[in-house]
Design a binder for this molecule. Structure first.
Ligand code: SF4
Length: 75
């Protein structure tokens, strides 16, 4: 499963991502961006918002649906 990841501690609060894609981003109480939804991750608007970030802190992260206990992978 994929999730939006914002390194909020590095956000400069420019508002580009929230302005472009309010479906996926919102501001926290300090005026910095946080992910809002993980629906519709193939959206072009979302891609535009990610590319618009001047400090490049928006990305995707892979998360396991289950607890992170079975880390063993055979190659
Ligand atoms: S575009 Fe980047 S710097 Fe601007 S508010 Fe969004 S996450 Fe923060």
């Amino acid at each position: 499963m994929k999730k939006i990841k914002v390194l909020t501690e590095n956000c400069i609060g420019c508002g580009a991502c929230v302005g472009i894609d309010p479906e996926h981003f919102t501001f926290n109480d300090e005026g910095y961006s946080i992910p809002k939804s993980n629906e519709n991750l193939d959206s072009e608007t979302l891609m535009n918002a990610i590319e618009s970030c001047p400090v490049g802190i928006i990305s995707f992260e892979e998360v396991n649906g289950e607890e992170k206990e079975n880390d063993e992978e055979t190659v």
